[in-house]
Design a protein around this ligand. Structure first.
Ligand SMILES: [Zn+2]
Ligand SMILES: [Zn+2]
Length: 151
């Protein structure tokens, strides 16, 4: 069983997170195609309605879990979303399997949720959160160089 073929078209939604950031244009946060490459163990790819394409590895997504517990944990550890946790040096190196979800499913029309193999599943990744976390060189460059939103 695999879900890598899930594809759905989301039309406008009313998700307006109470974030201090400027809202992104709707076409920038509306996915046209969502591919979750679970069998390949790669990650997720989204083609947005505005023509942009984003891709994230599962490890990044796991470390960017937007649930309250993980957000709090990252705050305590001083990690950014998607940044791997600092490894405790006193502990013998242990093999940790790369993060991978068992399954993924859409949450309404505004988000996707992963059931991670480690049992965690409370993170709801909104399209807006994902678009703002786009890992492509263009977006990461823009995020570093400016504080505004590219239009
Ligand atoms: Zn979490
Ligand atoms: Zn991008």
């Amino acid at each position: 069983m695999s879900h890598e073929g899930i594809r759905f078209v989301a039309k406008g939604n009313e998700a307006s997170e109470s974030e201090a950031q400027q809202p992104l244009p709707r076409i920038a946060v509306t996915p046209e195609k969502v591919r979750v490459l679970i069998t390949e163990g790669k990650g997720m790819e989204i083609d947005w309605v505005d023509g942009h394409r984003s891709a994230w590895g599962f490890a990044w997504l796991r470390d960017a879990c937007p649930c309250a517990t993980c957000v709090e944990q990252r705050k305590l550890e001083g990690c950014k979303a998607g940044q791997p946790k600092p490894k405790p040096t006193a502990v013998l190196p242990m093999y940790t399997a790369p993060a991978k979800p068992k399954s993924a499913h859409a949450v309404g029309r505004y988000a996707i949720q992963f059931n991670w193999q480690d049992g965690h599943s409370s993170g709801i990744y909104s399209w807006e959160y994902l678009r703002r976390s786009c890992q492509c060189p263009e977006c990461t460059f823009a995020a570093e160089e400016t504080t505004g939103t590219p239009n």
